[in-house]
Every structure is written in structure tokens, then in C-alpha cells.
Design a protein around this ligand. Structure first.
Ligand code: ADP
Length: 164
């Protein structure tokens, strides 16, 4: 059984994340999307909102589930008996951080492998922070996120924009 974990903040989930989820789900028996509950990152969307949006995005997948974690990722992987961590790479600048993080995780638990999926060229510019920055200044974010969550994301961004 190949069980993989796709960790991230997903603040909010984007079309780039959805593409990685679809491709990773096709490569393993079971994929767990692990939403980080890292308060230091000061997320715009609450943990519940991020989990709920991801659950809607993956509703049609039999082998994908959504969970949360707030400690070490390798501990969460061990708890779930998962040996693969999936991360996405957009550009060279991602690589520096991702390499360090993969090597740290490997030093902590050599049983766990990190694999990287290269971004789909159509989404290489896309990040949750680009969505947040666009929305905070009143831009239309609907084209950046999966359709099933686009109303929710746009509504929240509009509320923030109008409350400024
Ligand atoms: P984190 O805060 O842990 O980086 P993110 O939610 O920003 O979490 O991203 C989760 C993972 O998805 C990371 O591996 C990131 O590189 C990847 N990712 C984000 N956006 C894209 C994209 N447009 N294409 C491919 N991978 C992406």
C-alpha cells in the first residue's frame, strides 16, 4: 500500500494545489492532504475553512482524504504509516527551501521519501499568497482557485477588501 502525504498551508487551496492533488492521487494508493495548523504563519483562512474547502475539492476522489497536523511532519507521517511526502515545485526559488526541508525530514526519519512534482506550466505563477494579495486589493480571484470554492474565497476576500 503506497500511502502519501501532501502537506501545506492551503491558505487558500489554488488550481496549482488541485493539479498536484490530481497527479499525486494517480501515483499512490492513498493520498492524505495534511493541512498545517501553524499559527505562526497567521493564516487568512481558518483551519476549518481550509479543511472544508479542500474536502469539497477532493469530494470525487475515492483515495484522497483531508487531515490536519500541528507537530513535526515526519511524526504525522509515522502516525499515518505513510512513507511518501509530496511537494510541488514551481521555480528555482522553491527548490532551496524544499531541498532543506526534505533533507531535514530525511535526517529525522530516513524511511520517509519526499517526491517533487513540477508545476503545470499553466499554474507556475500561482500561489496562495498571490491569491491573497490579489483579493486584498479588490482583484478577482475566481480564476485562481477551484470552481467549487471560488464563491467562498471571493466572498471572504471581498469582505476583507471592504473592511479596510
Ligand atoms: P506551504 O506553506 O507549506 O508552502 P502551500 O500551501 O503554499 O504550503 O503549498 C503546498 C505545496 O504545494 C508546496 O509544495 C508548494 O510548492 C506546492 N504548490 C503551491 N502552489 C503550486 C503551484 N502553482 N504549482 C505546483 N505546486 C504548488
Amino acid at each position: 500500500m503506497k500511502r502519501a502525504i501532501y502537506p501545506g498551508s492551503f491558505d487558500p487551496v489554488t488550481l496549482g494545489h488541485e493539479d498536484i492533488i490530481r497527479r499525486a492521487a494517480g501515483m499512490c494508493d492513498e493520498l492524505i492532504i495534511a493541512v498545517g495548523n501553524n499559527k505562526a504563519k497567521n493564516p487568512l483562512f481558518s483551519l476549518d475553512e481550509r479543511v472544508s474547502m479542500l474536502k469539497d475539492v477532493v469530494e470525487s476522489y475515492d483515495n484522497v482524504s483531508v487531515d490536519t497536523f500541528d507537530g513535526l511532519l515526519v511524526d504525522f507521517a509515522a502516525e499515518k504509516d505513510a512513507k511518501i511526502i509530496v511537494r510541488g515545485l514551481r521555480m528555482i526559488s522553491d527548490f532551496e527551501f524544499e531541498l532543506q526541508s526534505a533533507q531535514t525530514n530525511s535526517a529525522l526519519n530516513p524511511q520517509v521519501e519526499t517526491i517533487f512534482l513540477c508545476t503545470n506550466a499553466a499554474y507556475s505563477f500561482l500561489s496562495s499568497s498571490a491569491v491573497r494579495e490579489t483579493g486584498i486589493f479588490g482583484g478577482d480571484v475566481r480564476g485562481f482557485v477551484p470552481e467549487v470554492v471560488s464563491d467562498r474565497v471571493a466572498r471572504k476576500m471581498r469582505e476583507i477588501y471592504e473592511s479596510k
